[in-house]
Ligand binder design. Sequence first.
Ligand SMILES: [Zn+2]
Length: 117
Amino acid sequence: MNENELKMFKRILLDRKEQILKNIVEYKSEIGELKSSETSDDADLATITIDTALEETLTKKQSKELDEIEYALSKIDEGTYAICEMCEEEIGIERLKVKPQARYCIVCREIVEKTTI
Ligand SMILES: [Zn+2]
């Protein structure tokens, strides 16, 4: 991976990070509004509970992605970005375009997924 490509992925990661931070703030304020709004109707309350659970799941997912992005950014600084952590081969650009915070190449990712489940 050359310098320009590395800069491009850094930009992508930073943009994504910004977007996630915005999303999390939005989710949190929405959840806050829902919780503070007065509800007497049972049906409404049920809907709110489901919505809140969904939002919390989304927030958790985004927080996890945020950690992965932070990690990828630290690897850019260390000069180890785009190198598979398992086989130490370079991760393909096409794969990184789909998932810029990828830690493993496609082959290793499959192995990791099989062993962690
Ligand atoms: Zn690998």
